[in-house]
Ligand binder design. Sequence first.
Ligand SMILES: [Zn+2]
Ligand SMILES: [Zn+2]
Length: 268
Amino acid sequence: MLLSVLSSGSSGNATYVEAEGRGVLVDAGLSCRRIRALLALVGRTLDRVQAVLLTHGHADHTAGVASLVRECGDGLRVVAAPGVGGGPRSEVVPEGVPFEVCGFEATFFSVPHDAATYGLRLRAGELCAAVATDLGEVVEETLLWMRGADAVVLEANHDAEWLRRGPYPARLKRRISSSSGHLSNLQAAEAAAALAPHGLKDLVLAHLSETNNSPARACGTVSRALRAAGHPGVRVRASLPGRPTPWIEVGAPVAGYRREAGQLFGVE
Ligand SMILES: [Zn+2]
Ligand SMILES: [Zn+2]
């Protein structure tokens, strides 16, 4: 199983996951034209994408669905959890119930946000990846769904101190830091430390604020927490808007890992 976060942040989210040559997109918050260009950067074409799985209805996760459907036609499945939307073509599947899509066993699990929002667990054989962005807090149930995943894409939206001191209006600050808002670096770090003993090998930090966070700040906070918890081997990267992460080979062993220049920021 291979994974690349193609683009991440409030300007548009899309993650590509592939197993045995068949690919799915988790969210499509950018136009078909942009997604095609981002896929090209990781050596893939749009015809590999057989399904789009939608985690929630906010435009930064769904804005490209209509153009993808127009471009790809009936060959493209659009699958959404309840209350997400996704247009007339979307199949609605219940949360918490595994379904089959392009050779994956996929399960949506609900997370706290200010709209009907879900994380997604994808299994292919022995391998497992989980994606959870746009969540105000990581509750025990969220951890249980992500436990055992080899690779996790997890929101690290803001540094709490940078948000507090930053330029946003007070009301927006309250919304972001609330339990139905967005995850802070420290909250992501705590979740990572809880998942690390259960086989976590790759962690991609996602949905970083360009105002209230930086890739170095997010990776630093999370890596420190993992080291302090006795799990220095977990590979931690940040994903960026419009720049796909290097391929993550889900399940690749952590032994012998060395961080190479560029990997921290997911830029090649
Ligand atoms: Zn979002
Ligand atoms: Zn959202």
